[in-house]
Write a protein that binds this ligand. Structure first.
Ligand SMILES: Nc1ncnc2c1ncn2[C@@H]1O[C@H](COP(=O)(O)OP(=O)(O)OP(=O)(O)O)[C@@H](O)[C@H]1O
Ligand SMILES: [Mg+2]
Length: 235
């Protein structure tokens, strides 16, 4: 499972949700390039479209117009099956709501991405044991998600996103609702994984600390995307 990373791009992407109270445009003609090895943080007020942007980048949703490119391949031209393969092999996603499978233990939750990628049972178990140990969570292996604290669930969700060694980790507010020390631990887990080779990390956050650590900070405002420099000025 060693690759050379992937480049992600949004080209003239717009996203509108229809139905309910009306039609709202959430993302309006956005261009973005995330190169292999990049560390990008996406900020913006609640409801500004961060999750929408990450879902599009990760191939979990399709744009209303424009193109999402992975290594110059247009996701819009892929079949559901090809998309599923791409997500399974090359992308790790940390959902804002964790989305651990409640009927599986921590160990079983972590085995899922490996089994989907055809890693044999023994090697998969060994790998899961190792990542849990490295993250200081070996003792939680046999617990069910509801037996974990919120912060523990969040860190298991992070491990699940990296255990199959994807090229890109997309994390939607992975440190939201955590105290400073736990947030830092969670961030370090993500960064130590993404720091290797050409792996990239794209994270939505409200945290000043996370912003300070990223290489690039992007802000969504009124449907548009702005690159923010390190002194906090939009341009
Ligand atoms: N499936 C959907 N159908 C209709 N509207 C949606 C849907 N998903 C999101 N929206 C709307 O799109 C806008 C952007 O939502 P999104 O979840 O991307 O925001 P966010 O920046 O991630 O917010 P938060 O910081 O609260 O997580 C919001 O106004 C939201 O209500
Ligand atoms: Mg969100």
């Amino acid at each position: 499972m060693t690759r050379r990373g992937v480049d992600l791009a949004l080209r003239a992407v717009s996203k509108r949700y229809s139905g309910g109270a009306g039609t709202g445009i959430v993302l309006d003609d956005i261009d973005l390039r995330v190169s292999a090895g990049d560390y990008v943080v996406v900020i913006g007020r609640s409801g500004s479209g961060k999750s929408t942007l990450l879902n599009l980048l990760g191939g979990l949703d399709r744009p209303s117009s424009g193109a999402v490119l992975v290594d110059e391949r247009n996701l819009g031209a892929m079949s559901e099956r090809e998309l599923a393969t791409l997500r399974r092999c090359q992308i790790g996603f940390v959902f804002q709501a964790f989305n651990l499978i409640p009927t599986l233990t921590v160990e079983e939750n972590l085995l899922v991405p490996l089994q989907l990628n055809g890693v044999d049972r023994r090697a998969a178990s060994a790998r899961v044991g190792r990542v849990l140990h490295d993250a200081g969570m070996a003792g939680l292996q046999a617990r069910f998600p509801e037996e974990l604290s919120g912060g523990e669930q969040q860190r298991v969700a992070v491990l699940r996103a990296i255990v199959h060694e994807p090229d890109v980790v997309i994390a939607d507010e992975p440190t939201g609702n955590l105290d400073l020390a736990t947030a830092r631990q969670t961030l370090e887990l993500l960064e130590s994984f993404a720091g290797k080779a050409d792996r990239s990390l794209v994270m939505a956050t409200h945290s000043q600390e996370v912003m300070g650590r990223a290489r690039r900070v992007l802000e969504i405002r009124a449907g548009r995307l702005y690159e923010v420099d390190t002194r906090g000025q939009s341009r």
